[in-house]
Design a protein around this ligand. Sequence first.
Ligand code: DQA
Length: 144
Amino acid sequence: TSVLLLNGPNLNLLGKREPGVYGSITLDEINALLKHEASLLNVKVYCQQSNHEGVLVDAIHATVDTHQGLLINAGAYTHTSIALRDAIAAVKIPTVEVHLSNIYSRETFRHHSYIAPIAIGQISGFGAESYRLGLHALVHYLRR
Ligand code: DQA
């Protein structure tokens, strides 16, 4: 079983970016944590990040032959991108949406997700732990 972890815009800046909101952990550290967790679950996780919507769409399309599940933090595109939602719906890949911060305790423009309605579920507000929980949830779903 192979899972793609896809991170969207500005998440490459984790560690330096608004640490009060997103914590001090870097994306490299999150990726390492997820790879370790994946080895415990006996799955493979591939990590990709892009600041570009079209690159994220291409990455979702490319999952068809390679991956069985998608773990995604689409960053601000969560709240804006019908294209990302349509890409996930098109390839029909089982998807878990994750967020470091609790998007429902923040500005109202963060309360709506275009991805959530087509995802298996969403985990929001647990920092890096959101990713670990999300991986567990996704693998659990794939093995159901
Ligand atoms: C985020 C929440 C989004 O609202 C924001 O635009 C991000 C990060 C999170 O992980 O908490 O870039 O997805």
